[in-house]
Design a protein around this ligand. Structure first.
Ligand SMILES: Cc1cc2nc3c(=O)[nH]c(=O)nc-3n(C[C@H](O)[C@H](O)[C@H](O)COP(=O)(O)O)c2cc1C
Length: 425
């Protein structure tokens, strides 16, 4: 199976970021058709029937999420989650730089479907370039009458605002994002209430990932059946896979969901330097590692990656070759999550700190077998006790590497024992 560009259309159409080029290729026609000829419920029904699932991590059905918004409560909001802070994820970055109008049109269609008149695009704090591109795109689309007040002579208004994020991983979590958007500290909120009921400024809000929304214009144009015919029954459509790490040609590859692992790796030239594969992290730093043996012939969709013991998440494959020390991998992810823990709840704040200390000792050759056991103890005190999923995300690499690659840990602990032995000899 090869590449198929539904959202990465700019790879086939030069200068698609330019409004004129986007419009010449059918851009904003679906938004115009929707507001002038369709009821909001019709747009929602098409997206629901398409089976589109969120591309931000959890794979939640998009149309279903939209339908949770109460009909008669106003104002409502669409928030585009363009925070993209998971290590190993860089698809939304490419989409907003190279195909910004498809994201904007998708967000405006979502707004029309739920009865919102404002869209906020929350951009990762480091995305200065993306923000400039998005702001210019919104301004041009508005000046040309594709966005703004009383669209196409109807009484429907859609304004789009681009906002900078706070530069923190946790601000990708939808409720922390909403707090940050309101100018508060970016820390998660207790759920329920869910954003669909009480989100931005306590109003009904849908938060969707950038890639999710970029799928909406082609779905409205070509219909639910077209979309369902791509991918698998439960995971329809294409997905942008971000490939990084020990791979010959790192980058974004858009393929139908269900594409076998080997086909995706072949597009990227395989494992670098002709080496063998040890494992991958399929959803960036927050996902359990999946060993090479479980990847052979694996169709890449949410169900089957979960059945293989991990999560597809936002499909950010960090490829690890046979030379990779898994203690080093878990040390790196642990340091990341300790740094990014927002501090709101103590199991995550303290637990990630203690995990970091243990890994520091192990990679410095000063760890012991007792340290290896301590990892499991600390993990048990974090698991299921945190305010949001970040605490559990921090456990993915330590737990899975310890379970699957115990020999790397034994080697790390043995190194310390040898050093101690020499010191006492
Ligand atoms: C700690 C944490 C970080 C997250 N970071 C992101 C992110 O950077 N981008 C994103 O789209 N979703 C992120 N999510 C998921 C969002 O909370 C939310 O599920 C998503 O934006 C929903 O959009 P979707 O239904 O279109 O996937 C994160 C979740 C957690 C718990």
């Amino acid at each position: 199976m090869g590449e198929m560009h539904v959202v990465l259309r700019h790879r086939d159409i030069p200068d698609l970021h330019d409004l004129d080029v986007y419009v010449a290729h059918g851009g904003y026609a679906q938004l115009k058709r929707a507001v002038t000829t369709m009821q909001p419920a019709e747009v929602l029904d098409i997206v629901k029937a398409s089976g589109l699932r969120g591309r931000g991590g959890a794979g939640f059905p998009t149309g279903l999420k939209w339908s949770f918004c109460p009909r008669d409560v106003y104002p409502k909001y669409i928030v585009v989650n363009n925070d993209e802070s998971e290590p190993g994820t860089f698809k939304d970055h490419e989409l907003t730089l190279r195909n910004p109008h498809q994201v904007i049109e998708g967000a405006a269609l979502a707004a029309y479907a739920i009865g919102a008149q404002a869209v906020y695009i929350y951009c990762r704090g480091e995305f200065w370039q993306e923000m400039k591109v998005l702001e210019a795109a919104v301004a041009r689309a508005r000046a040309a009458g594709w966005l703004g007040q009383r669209l196409h002579g109807t009484d429907y208004t859609c304004e789009v605002y681009v906002t900078p994020g706070a530069g923190a991983y946790i601000c990708g979590e939808e409720t922390a994002l909403l707090n940050s958007l309101e100018g508060e500290l970016g820390q998660p909120r207790l759920k329920p209430p869910f954003p669909a009921v009480a989100g931005l400024y306590a109003r009904p809000t849908v938060v969707n990932n950038t890639e999710t929304l970029a799928n909406v214009p082609p779905i409205v144009e070509k219909g639910a059946a077209w979309f369902k015919a791509i991918g698998t029954e439960k995971s329809p459509g294409t997905k942008v896979f971000c490939l990084s790490g020990h791979v010959e040609r790192p980058g974004n590859y858009e393929v139908p969901l269900g594409t076998p692992f080997e086909d995706l790796m072949a597009l990227a030239g395989g494992v670098w330097k002709g080496r063998a594969l040890k494992a991958i992290m399929p959803a960036g730093a927050s996902s359990p590692v999946t060993p090479a043996a479980k990847l052979a012939g694996l169709p890449l969709d949410w169900e089957r990656v979960a059945a293989a013991g991990s999560t597809l998440g936002s499909a950010s494959f960090i490829v690890l070759d046979e030379t990779t020390d898994m203690v080093w991998v878990a040390d790196k992810t642990t340091r990341f999550f300790q740094h990014e823990s927002c501090g709101k709840c103590s199991p995550c704040r303290e637990g990630t700190y203690w995990l970091k200390q243990v890994y520091r000792r192990l990679v410095a050759g000063q760890g012991t077998a007792a340290d290896v056991d301590l990892i499991g103890d600390i993990a048990r005190q974090i698991d299921g006790k945190c305010f949001c999923p970040l605490g559990e995300f921090a456990l993915s690499a330590p737990r899975s590497t310890l379970q699957l690659f115990r020999e790397d840990y034994d080697r790390a602990a043995a190194g310390a024992a040898a050093q101690n032995g020499q010191a006492h000899a």
